[in-house]
Design a protein around this ligand. Structure first.
Ligand SMILES: *[C@@H]1O[C@H](CO)[C@@H](O)[C@H](O)[C@H]1NC(C)=O
Ligand SMILES: *[C@@H]1O[C@H](CO)[C@@H](O)[C@H](O)[C@H]1NC(C)=O
Ligand SMILES: *[C@@H]1O[C@H](CO)[C@@H](O)[C@H](O)[C@H]1NC(C)=O
Ligand SMILES: *[C@@H]1O[C@H](CO)[C@@H](O)[C@H](O)[C@H]1NC(C)=O
Length: 250
């Protein structure tokens, strides 16, 4: 029985190659999705921001808005030296207080980071016709020591982080939300719900498109891998039966 030893080894090496192939594919995808390190920026990238948990309480004493997310500001401003500076700053949850209001069709979440003299405000709007909510406005004011004059930006025609009323919005992947030319917000691991919160808890999550794409890729890769393993297994079993048959004829 020489062949019974050799075939499983071939089977194993093939499977190993298969796994290496899938890993290589995943590595390529990773390198495509991760942002290349900035080379022109004078300031270092601060890395992933810590995830903060912000909530607002309504007039009846229960939580009316919840948002768990990591936030990073990307601002271009004129420094005291008259140079234009591109700065990427994380909001530190320990340093950031939430305030605002919850109304029937809109909710305002103001995040104040006093230590870095920064206020970031999100306005959520509910469209009652479509039963969808989204971030319709983002504004930021910042008075950093190296700024020539305080920075202030506002855009009220946005359509970000949208979901259906009765669900929470969720996005694990990093997203960039452009606000104005000089300001964009990077969000990390977001889950939020600005309307219809019950028992101070998030409702079922609606996943963002990026996360759905990730899931699809995982499913496709997983199925392809399972399919290939199955093919290899069948090929191996057929091969084994053939080699047994071969012995019988000798
Ligand atoms: C910050 O914004 C600039 C200009 O839009 C962009 O080139 C850079 O990649 C951004 N950096 C991060 C970390 O988002
Ligand atoms: C709600 O959405 C519909 C369809 O997109 C749109 O026509 C309408 O203007 C929106 N209503 C408000 C108040 O924004
Ligand atoms: C942030 O908002 C608070 C009150 O809402 C205000 O006192 C403070 O001056 C604001 N800071 C900046 C940098 O705009
Ligand atoms: C506000 O955001 C919209 C949508 O992203 C964009 O088309 C518009 O140019 C922005 N306004 C300003 C003043 O940058």
């Amino acid at each position: 029985m020489k062949t019974t030893g050799a075939v499983p080894i071939r089977f194993l090496t093939f499977t190993l190659h298969l796994i290496l192939l899938v890993e290589a594919a995943l590595a390529v995808r990773q390198s495509l999705t991760t942002v290349a390190p900035p080379t022109t920026e004078p300031h270092k990238n601060p890395g992933k921001p810590e995830r903060g948990q912000y909530q607002l309480t309504g007039t009846n004493g229960s939580v009316c808005l919840m948002a768990c997310m990591g936030l990073q500001l990307n601002i271009s401003f004129t420094a005291s030296s008259n140079k234009t500076v591109q700065n990427v700053v994380n909001l530190e949850p320990n340093d950031t207080k939430a305030s605002g209001s919850c109304l029937k069709n809109n909710a305002t979440l103001q995040l104040s980071a006093d230590a870095i003299k920064t206020n970031l405000t999100f306005v959520f709007t509910l469209n009652e016709t479509t039963s969808k909510y989204f971030v319709s406005e983002i504004s930021l004011s910042a008075a950093w020591p190296d700024m020539k004059e305080p920075f202030s930006a506002r855009n009220s025609s946005l359509h970000y982080l949208g979901a259906t009323l009765g669900y929470s919005y969720m996005c694990r992947e990093e997203q960039t939300l452009p606000v104005v030319k000089d300001l964009s917000i990077n969000t990390f691991q977001v889950q939020l719900q600005p309307f219809n919160l019950t028992r101070n808890q998030f409702a079922t999550a609606q996943q963002c498109q990026l996360d759905q794409d990730d899931m699809l890729i995982a499913i496709v890769v997983g199925s392809a891998l399972a399919g290939l393993v199955l093919i290899v297994l069948v090929a191996y079993l057929i091969g084994r039966r053939r080699s047994h048959a071969g012995y019988q004829t000798i």
